[in-house]
Design a protein around this ligand. Sequence first.
Ligand SMILES: NC(=O)c1ccc[n+]([C@@H]2O[C@H](COP(=O)([O-])OP(=O)(O)OC[C@H]3O[C@@H](n4cnc5c(N)ncnc54)[C@H](O)[C@@H]3O)[C@@H](O)[C@H]2O)c1
Length: 254
Amino acid sequence: MKLGIIGCGAIGTDVALAADNMEEIEEIYLYDKNEDAEKHLVDKLRKGKIATVEELLKKVDVVFEAASQQAVKEYGEKVLSAGKDLVIMSMGALFDNELWNDLIETAKKKGCKIYLPSGAVCGVDGIAAAKTGGLDEVTLVTTKPPESLGRSDEKRMVVFEGSAREAVKLFPRNINVAACVSLAGIGFDRTKVEIVSDPVVTRISHKILAHGRFGRLRAEIENMPNPNNPKSSYMASLSAISILRRLVDPVQIG
Ligand SMILES: NC(=O)c1ccc[n+]([C@@H]2O[C@H](COP(=O)([O-])OP(=O)(O)OC[C@H]3O[C@@H](n4cnc5c(N)ncnc54)[C@H](O)[C@@H]3O)[C@@H](O)[C@H]2O)c1
């Protein structure tokens, strides 16, 4: 399999290094709008090559977006129109219903797939499965140290309660997690989000609470930061690599 990566930052680097060690991956084509980021990464790889998006689309089977919401808008449609599968990390871009519907339509027309890794949350597999039987309620509770919310609370406080769509307007840093949980389950307007500022915690945690015909679900993760980008959770890179494994492995679990 030949892989294209758009975005050579923290997640793109983790995915590229993992792919470089996978025998099923023959070549890795890299594109970043920042040439230094491309060069810095290509030097670490055995199978890496720098290319423009147009060049890499002629070579690869699947494209990994690990850049920005803008990159999803700029390249998402191009990748799918070229008949290539697309993995989207910056899934906050998908709050734009028109963009999301267009991407789905193009993927259907071209017979290719869009993969949305679970990113910095866990429990998305359960939400996606439960949806078929009927989900009554899904709540995402994100707890952060006050300083990462730009606050100085001395006791635990709920600072936001509302829909996922409203949450990302006020707390854009939660956008990828809110998008993933919403798209897996009951959508941006019905998914509830609670944001908690807690001076006791040192790490960002996400909890998914859901109930429906299947029963009840409760899944919680406490995230360590990515060593290469403290603003990114390390789990986001690991979930991206696990999607890559899904693409090449004969066995699919979950
Ligand atoms: N799904 C999740 O849970 C989750 C978690 C963390 C990060 N993310 C998202 O994944 C993306 C990558 O995260 P990261 O931590 O690796 O970021 P990063 O800042 O370390 O790296 C991003 C790289 O992409 C490049 N880039 C940005 N816009 C581009 C464009 N339009 N065209 C080409 N290159 C472009 C930048 O130059 C940079 O090198 C971000 O959008 C981030 O919000 C998602």
